[in-house]
Ligand binder design. Sequence first.
Ligand SMILES: NC(=O)c1ccc[n+]([C@@H]2O[C@H](COP(=O)([O-])OP(=O)(O)OC[C@H]3O[C@@H](n4cnc5c(N)ncnc54)[C@H](O)[C@@H]3O)[C@@H](O)[C@H]2O)c1
Length: 362
Amino acid sequence: MNILVPGCGGFIGSHFVERMLARDGVTIVGWDAETSKISHLLDHPRLVLRQRLLKGPSAYEAFAADVENCDWLVNLAAICNPSQYNTEPLRTIYANFIDGYPIVELASQYKKPLIHYSTSEVYGRTLASYVSSEVYAAEDLYLMDAERTPMVMGPIQNQRWTYATAKQLLERLIYAYHKESGLDFAVIRPFNFFGPRMDYLPGIEGEGKPRVLAMFIAAVLQGRPMLLVDGGRAKRTITSIHDAIDALVAVIERREQSLNHFYNIGNPANEVSMRELAQAVRSAFARVTGEPRFLDHPTLDVDARAFYGDGYEDCDRRILDISAEQARLAWTPKRSLEQLLDETVGYYWQKYGERSRLRATG
Ligand SMILES: NC(=O)c1ccc[n+]([C@@H]2O[C@H](COP(=O)([O-])OP(=O)(O)OC[C@H]3O[C@@H](n4cnc5c(N)ncnc54)[C@H](O)[C@@H]3O)[C@@H](O)[C@H]2O)c1
C-alpha cells in the first residue's frame, strides 16, 4: 500500500507515519518542509520524503505524479495555530483553503480516496451559547454530531473564524467533488489531540502562542504561571494522539464502511475546562517527577483580546457525539486524560526537565 501524506512532518503526521511504517508492505510518500518531528524515521527504506512545501505550479506538477501512484491520499498540511487565525488571516485562508484546493482536484482527477483533516472548529460556537441559561443544558444545543449539527460562526470582523470557515469551505469542496465527480473521501474533525511532539513549546522550541497544552507545559517547565484566557472557562474534550491514530488507521482498514462520511474524532469522556486542565497538568507534573512542588504551580487570568489580539472570539464548549464513528470504524477512544497527560508531560520532562530542576535548586 502506498500512502501519500502532505504535512507528514507535523504532529499528527509524525505519529501516523511512525505507525504505518511499522507495518510490512506500506510505503509513505511524504511532503513537508519541516522534518524535525520525523527525524527518527528519515532513514526508513519505505519513507520517501519530498522535503518541500506544496506551493506553486512546479510543486503541484511533481505532486500530481505522486497522486497518480498512490493508493490513499491523507492530507495533513495546514496552518493550525490559533494565535495566527486573527493576526495572519490571509495566510490562514490561503494555507487552509487555497493551498488545499489542488489536492482535492488531483484526488478527484486520479480517482484516489482522500482522507482530509479538517477541524472541530468548523462547528464554531454552540447554539447553546446564544440562548438563555435555562435552556443551555439542552443536549441538542451543544452536542456536536458530524452529519447533523449546524455550523455557527461569529461575524466577519471576528477574524478568529478565518481558519474555521476556510476549513469548512474545503470540506464543502470535497463533498461537491464527491457528489459531482464521484470522489471518495473521509473528512476527519479532530477534537484537541494531545501527545508527544505536539506543536512546539514557546520559549524552548520556538516563539509564539501554540495550542493550550503546549502553552501550559512550557510555562511549568520555565517557572512561569499558566495563563488562563478569560478565567479558563472554555471547555474542550481532550484526545490522546494514539486514539486519534487508531481512528485514522480504522478509516483505511474499513474502507467499505468508512468512505464518504464526516468524522468527529475525539474523546467525550475527557471533557475539561481550561482551569481544570491547568490543575490536571499540575498533578501530572507531580506524578511524573515525584516532586510535590508542582501541585502549587501558579496560574494567571488574562483577557482574551489582550492575549490573542483584536478579532478573537472563543468557543464556549466542544463536546462531541461519536456514536456513528464508533459504529462505522469499530473504534473507541481508550486513553483517559490522566494517562495522556502523564505520557505527554513525561516526554517533555525527559527532554527539558533539567532546566526546571536547576531553577528549583537555584
Ligand atoms: N492536532 C490537533 O489537535 C488538530 C486539531 C484540529 C485540526 N487539526 C488538523 O489536523 C491537521 C494536522 O494537524 P497537526 O496538529 O499535525 O498540525 P502541524 O502544524 O503539526 O502539522 C502540519 C504540517 O503541515 C505542513 N504544511 C503546511 N503547509 C504545507 C504545504 N503547503 N505543503 C506541505 N506541508 C505543509 C507543516 O510544515 C506542518 O509540518 C491540520 O489540518 C490541522 O488543521 C489538528
